[in-house]
Write a protein that binds this ligand. Sequence first.
Ligand code: HPA
Ligand code: MG
Length: 249
Amino acid sequence: GEQPLQILQLSGRRWLAIAQCVSRILEQYDEFKLHFEISDDYTGYALSNFCIPRHYEGDLENVLIPWGLIQDRTERLARDIFHEIKDEPLTALCVLKGGYRFYTDLLDKLTTLNRFHASVSVPLHVDFIRLKSYENDDSTGKIRVIGGDNLNNLRNRNVLVVEDIIDTGRTMERLLAILKEHEPKSVKVASLLVKRRPDSTGYRPDYCGFEVPDRFVVGYALDYNEYFRDLNHICVINDSGKEKYKIPL
Ligand code: HPA
Ligand code: MG
């Protein structure tokens, strides 16, 4: 009859309000944020579909994330950052060298949002830090700050660390400990990639582009012993590529 239907509609509306409220609360916690997940059995795109520099043709297994998709996802991350940080000045800290392409594309998209929004804006400062932690495809376990701006500039600033990849999580945890010593007002982390690794520390960034399988990836400024930064797409390196560009021990 009519009565039960009315009750159903009322409680439906109420449930919707409650559900929206709960989802807004849950969104504040990283583990409930939506992730762009690339599954372990995903084999990517064939290299022949794309333009690959001739000097890398034999060194790659597949295209995991094409350049255009990186752009589209970065646009969304920029929007999320813009609306969460709105009206506070932000210091975007690029982790060199691997983060430089993600950094420039993310900042391009943030400055576009600044131009297009008349009522909201995020004043931006740029800053750089250079770390070293990898040789061949093994993490050496240590990180060194080997360059960049004076970290004392970060005092009382809202800092957004922009990184290419969270692998085990140890590099980022160490970097965050170093940054804290310089007393920033707040620190958030945007990482283009997060690798699913069994030996992860469990660290999750505030903003994550793609969660990827435990494969060694290169391109879009991610390197293997300084090679492959000049490749547009994010690709999986193959065994012959690893061998060709190995540092002799
Ligand atoms: N590729 C390039 N650099 C990296 C990776 C990777 O998979 N993991 C940590 N640093
Ligand atoms: Mg590297």
